[in-house]
Design a binder for this molecule. Structure first.
Ligand SMILES: Cc1cc2nc3c(=O)[nH]c(=O)nc-3n(C[C@H](O)[C@H](O)[C@H](O)COP(=O)(O)OP(=O)(O)OC[C@H]3O[C@@H](n4cnc5c(N)ncnc54)[C@H](O)[C@@H]3O)c2cc1C
Length: 167
């Protein structure tokens, strides 16, 4: 299928800016086809690595059932939401990535993703401590990988204007 284009092209962010947003944030909302066909948007921590988004979670639950029923997903990260009352708007910036989520089976990739998550969320930890933590939790942990097929970034019109005038 062809993903649709953003209507307001002037507010579209470049690919490298989308990646920078994924790199500098720590949580987003993963949207899945949940129970009874209701969309299930679940907030999750993540790490961006090697062009994919990785998550970790328990071994059961609504989101895993949803992924097993349909791997298609979107993941939204809000980079900025600055309310500007005098302009009746917010200076927002966000990214939406579409793709398929898989439950990782490969031990090496699982280990690598958990290590990247550990580094992202506990940057002060030593390699040994991280390895210990992973070893302790790996048997009760599932690692999910979102392979991105399409990604767009958008910023508020005022931010887009400021960016253009700064160029
Ligand atoms: C900023 C942030 C970061 C998080 N990071 C992680 C992470 O890295 N890994 C992880 O596993 N979890 C994380 N969580 C918790 C996550 O949102 C889910 O609660 C959790 O993953 C369980 O999901 P589930 O589908 O298995 O839950 P289930 O218990 O199977 O879900 C059953 C029902 O509980 C409700 N529910 C579940 N989660 C939430 C929620 N967060 N808020 C409101 N209602 C809810 C929904 O109605 C859902 O249908 C994070 C939450 C936040 C807010």
């Amino acid at each position: 299928m062809e993903f649709r284009k953003m209507r307001r092209a002037g507010q579209l962010l470049e690919g490298k800016e989308c990646i920078a947003i994924l790199e500098r944030n720590t949580a987003g909302v993963l949207s899945l086809l949940g129970d009874g066909g209701y969309p299930y948007g679940v907030p999750l921590s993540y790490v961006w690595q090697d062009g994919a988004v990785y998550f970790h979670c328990a071994k059961e639950g609504h989101k895993l059932d949803a992924i097993q029923n349909s791997p298609k997903a979107s993941f939204c990260v809000i980079d900025q939401d600055q309310v500007v009352p005098e302009k009746y708007t917010t200076f927002f910036r966000s990214v939406i990535a579409f793709g398929c989520v898989q439950i990782l089976e490969d031990a090496q990739e699982t280990q690598k993703a958990l290590y990247a998550l550990g580094k992202r969320y506990a940057p002060g930890e030593t390699e040994e401590r991280l390895a210990e933590e992973i070893e302790k939790s790996i048997s009760r942990t599932t690692v999910l990988k979102l392979t991105i097929e399409h990604m767009t970034g958008k910023e508020g019109i005022e931010l887009a204007k400021m960016r253009k005038s700064a160029q």
